[in-house]
Design a protein around this ligand. Structure first.
Ligand SMILES: [Zn+2]
Ligand SMILES: [Zn+2]
Length: 683
C-alpha cells in the first residue's frame, strides 16, 4: 500500500471545510495529518472556512479524506466538507499558506473554552515550565470571545496585545507541529499576565515566599473570607459553600436577598455529591461550554441553606480556567480532609444586587471592595462582559434534552444556521428590555449575543450599544434592516428608532418568541406556538403573556389567549403577587360580582383596607392595565396558596410554588409538560 507508483498512481484532491474551523488549530491539524500520510499540498484559511489540497498515493489521499472529519481538533465544528479531484502537480511538500486578503472570514472568533487535558497536565506538573501558571492555554483551549477586540483574530487585536511573547512562546507559536501554533493568547510565567491578591483598598497583599497568590486566596477562603475573583468574562464572588455564616455574610453584603448562588465543584464526582446527576447533566457539566447546570439538590450535600433558599435545586459548574483549577485544588488541600464529598465554592456574579457583573478592573475594585475581604485579580483585560451560561435538563419523549436558560459564556458567539435560505439582507434584531440579548444575521446565519441583561441599568445599556458595534465588526454585518419590539418605551426600541438609513421593522414580542423557537430548531413553520411569558406589548396595546399564536417566521395570528385580568396599580403588581390574587378573584367573579374577600391564606398578611382598594382598582380598571400574562397568573396562584404575598425578584413566587411540588406525587403531570420553561431566578 505504501508502494508509490509514478505519476499515474498519484492523486490530488481539493477539500473545502466549512463550520467553526478557524482559530481552533485546524490548519496545524491538517499539516500534521498530511505529514503523517506523506502527502504534499497546502492548507489555508479564507472567507469561507478552510481550503486545502493534498497530493500523494491514491491510498494515502483516501485515508486523509476519511480521517479529516473524525479526527478534527476538539474545538472544531465541521458543518460541511466537500471534496473534488484535481490534476496532480508532483507536489511533495506540504505548507500552511497565508490567508488571501480578499474578503472577511465569516466566523473568525470562537467561544471561550475550558482548560484542555494537555494544559491541565502541564499546569500540575512541577517539571513543566507552566507549572501552576494560571494563564496556560493552547490552540485547543483558552479565552477567545472575551479577549477579542477586532478582526482578524490575531494577537494585536486581542487584550493580549500588551504582552510580548518570550522566545520560547514565540517558537511554539510559529511551529506548525506545536500545540500552540497560532494560539493567540499563548503565554508563560516569563512573558504573560500575572495574578495578584489585593486588599479591599487595592493594596497588594504581602505574601510569604512559600506561598503564591492562589494559595493565599485558597487559605483565606477556607477561613471564611469572601473573595472577589477575576475570571474569564467578569468577576465572581466566591466563598466556601458549606458555612452558613459565611454565605449569609456574602448575601447580606451583596444585597441579593433570595436569588440562588451557583456553586463551583472541583470535579464531576464532587458535583455528584451536591446534586443528583443523570448522564445528560454529567455531559453538560463537562462540556466545552462549561455552563451552570441546575439539578436536584442532595439532602446530605455540604451546602449552607443560604446558598439557594427555598429551592430544591442547586446550580453547579466545574472549573473552566487554570485559575479556577488551581484555586479549587488548593482550597481542597486546605479543607478538612474528612469532608467527603469535597466542599464546593459559591461562585456568583461579581455585582451588587441586580447590577451587571463587573469586568473592568477599576469598576470591580470600586463596586466589589465593600463586599469582598480580598480580591484575586490579574492584568489580562476582559474585552466583553460575559456571564456564566445556565442550562437544565428536561425529560422528553425522545430522551432527556437540555434547555438553555441563559446563553452566554462558552456558547457565544457560535452562530445559528437559519431555516430555509436565511436572509439575503443584513439584519440587526434589538431584542427586549429586561433580559436583553440582540442578534445580527446575514446569509444563512445568525449570531445571537451574550446575555446583556436589564437595559434600564446604565452600564448594561452601554454593554448593549457597544456589543452591537462589536458584533457588527466581528461578523462584518452592516444592518440594512433593524427589527425592534413594539413596546415604545423599551430602550432597545428607542435605540433601533435612532438608527439611520435602515429599514425598521417592529415585531410583536410573542411572535419573536415563536420565531426564535422555530429558528433554534431549524423549522420554517407554520406552527402553533404556546407562549407563556411575563410581559410583552400586544398589538392591541394591552399587556400580553399567555398566547396561542399560529404562524411562521414572517407572520402570526393570535388564535387563543389567557382570560384577561387587571394589573392593579401597574408594575407594582409584579412585586406584590397578592394584588394579582385579588385581580384574578375579581376577574373570576364576573362583571356583576362584588369585591372579593381576602382568601384564608392571605388573611392577616394584607391589610383589609388595602385589599379593598386594590379590589376596586381591579374592578374599575383604573390605573390597572389589562393583561393576559401567564407569569402573573402563576403569581396569583402562588399568592392564593399563601406562598408569597410579596417578592424580591420577578418570578420568585412561582419558583417557590413550583419548589413545593412533591416529585413523588403519583398523579403528577408527566415531566414532558415541563419542557421549555425558564426560571427567572438564577444568577
Ligand atoms: Zn490547552
Ligand atoms: Zn513566554
Amino acid at each position: 500500500m505504501s508502494i508509490e507508483a509514478p505519476a499515474a498512481g498519484r492523486r490530488r484532491a481539493r477539500a473545502r471545510v466549512q463550520g467553526t474551523v478557524q482559530g481552533v488549530g485546524f490548519r496545524p491539524y491538517v499539516y500534521r495529518l498530511a505529514g503523517e500520510l506523506g502527502l504534499g499540498g497546502f492548507v489555508l484559511n479564507d472567507a469561507h472556512g478552510v481550503l486545502l489540497e493534498v497530493e500523494g498515493s491514491a491510498a494515502a489521499v483516501a485515508a486523509f479524506l476519511s480521517r479529516l472529519g473524525p479526527e478534527a481538533p476538539p474545538l472544531a465544528v465541521l458543518e460541511r466538507v466537500s471534496a473534488e479531484e484535481r490534476e496532480p502537480q508532483g507536489e511533495r511538500r506540504f505548507a500552511i499558506l497565508e490567508s488571501p486578503r480578499d474578503g472577511v472570514a465569516d466566523a473568525p472568533v470562537t467561544p471561550d473554552s475550558p482548560t484542555c487535558a494537555d494544559c491541565l497536565r502541564e499546569l500540575l506538573d512541577p517539571e513543566d515550565r507552566r507549572f501552576r501558571y494560571p494563564f496556560t492555554n493552547c490552540t485547543n483551549c483558552g479565552p477567545r470571545f472575551t479577549i477579542v477586540r477586532g478582526i482578524p483574530y490575531d494577537r494585536p487585536y486581542t487584550t493580549m496585545a500588551g504582552f510580548r511573547m518570550c522566545a520560547c512562546c514565540q517558537a511554539e507559536y510559529e511551529d506548525p507541529g506545536d500545540r500552540r501554533f497560532h494560539a493567540q493568547p499563548n503565554a508563560c510565567p516569563e512573558c504573560g499576565p500575572s495574578v495578584s491578591l489585593l486588599t479591599p483598598d487595592g493594596e497588594p497583599m504581602a505574601l510569604g515566599s512559600h506561598r503564591d497568590a492562589m494559595q493565599a486566596a485558597a487559605a483565606a477562603l477556607r477561613d471564611g473570607a469572601v473573595l472577589a475573583l477575576k475570571g474569564i468574562g467578569g468577576y465572581h464572588l466566591a466563598c466556601r459553600a458549606d458555612d452558613e455564616a459565611t454565605v449569609a455574610r456574602l448575601r447580606a453584603r451583596k444585597h441579593r436577598e433570595d436569588k440562588p448562588f451557583a456553586l463551583m465543584a472541583r470535579t464531576l464526582e464532587d458535583a455528584a455529591g451536591l446534586v443528583v446527576l443523570g448522564d445528560r447533566e454529567r455531559e453538560l457539566l463537562s462540556a466545552t461550554e462549561r455552563p451552570i447546570v441546575l439539578a436536584p439538590r442532595r439532602r446530605e450535600a455540604p451546602v449552607a441553606d443560604a446558598v439557594a433558599p427555598g429551592s430544591p435545586e442547586l446550580g453547579v459548574l466545574l472549573p473552566y480556567s487554570p485559575l479556577h483549577h488551581l484555586l479549587l485544588a488548593d482550597f481542597s488541600d486546605f479543607s478538612d480532609a474528612s469532608s467527603a464529598p469535597g466542599v464546593a465554592l459559591v461562585m456568583t456574579s461579581g455585582n451588587v444586587s441586580d447590577e451587571p457583573i463587573a469586568f473592568g478592573d477599576q469598576d470591580a475594585l470600586e463596586r466589589l471592595a465593600p463586599i469582598a475581604d480580598l480580591l484575586l485579580v490579574h492584568d489580562r483585560p476582559i474585552q466583553t462582559r460575559t456571564d456564566d451560561s445556565v442550562v437544565r435538563v428536561v425529560a422528553e419523549p425522545g430522551g432527556p434534552r437540555s434547555v438553555m436558560l441563559r446563553r452566554s459564556r462558552g456558547y457565544v458567539p457560535a452562530s445559528l444556521p437559519l431555516p430555509g435560505d436565511g436572509t439575503p439582507r443584513h439584519v440587526l434584531a434589538c431584542g427586549a428590555e429586561l433580559k436583553n440579548t440582540f442578534c445580527v444575521a446575514k446569509g444563512g446565519r445568525a449570531w445571537v449575543s451574550h446575555h446583556i441583561g436589564d437595559l434600564k441599568n446604565y452600564e448594561t445599556l452601554r454593554s448593549f450599544t457597544e456589543g452591537i458595534e462589536h458584533f457588527e465588526r466581528l461578523f462584518a454585518v452592516e444592518p440594512e434592516v433593524v427589527t425592534h419590539d413594539l413596546h415604545p418605551e423599551y430602550l432597545s426600541t428607542k435605540y433601533a428608532l435612532e438608527r439611520e438609513g435602515v429599514e425598521l421593522v417592529g415585531v410583536q414580542h410573542h411572535h419573536a418568541h415563536l420565531a426564535a423557537c422555530l429558528a433554534e430548531h431549524g423549522e420554517p413553520g407554520p406552527a402553533i406556538g404556546a407562549i407563556y411569558d411575563g410581559t410583552g406589548y400586544g398589538t392591541d396595546g394591552t399587556v400580553w403573556g399567555g398566547e396561542l399564536l399560529f404562524g411562521d417566521l414572517e407572520d402570526v395570528r393570535r388564535v387563543g389567549t389567557l382570560h384577561p385580568a387587571r394589573l392593579p396599580g401597574g408594575e407594582r403588581a409584579i412585586r406584590q403577587p397578592w394584588r394579582m390574587a385579588c385581580a384574578w378573584l375579581a376577574a373570576a367573579g364576573g362583571d356583576g360580582g362584588g369585591a372579593p374577600a381576602i382568601p384564608p391564606a392571605l388573611a392577616g398578611r394584607v391589610e383589609e383596607r388595602t385589599w379593598a382598594a386594590i379590589a376596586e382598582l381591579a374592578r374599575t380598571g383604573l390605573a390597572s392595565p389589562q393583561t393576559s400574562s401567564m407569569g402573573r397568573l402563576f403569581d396569583a396562584a402562588a399568592a392564593l396558596c399563601g406562598i408569597r404575598p410579596e417578592v424580591n425578584y420577578e418570578g420568585q413566587a412561582a419558583i417557590e410554588f413550583e419548589a413545593l411540588c412533591d416529585p413523588g406525587e403519583p398523579g403528577a403531570v408527566s415531566d414532558r409538560a415541563r419542557g421549555g420553561r425558564t426560571r427567572a431566578g438564577w444568577p
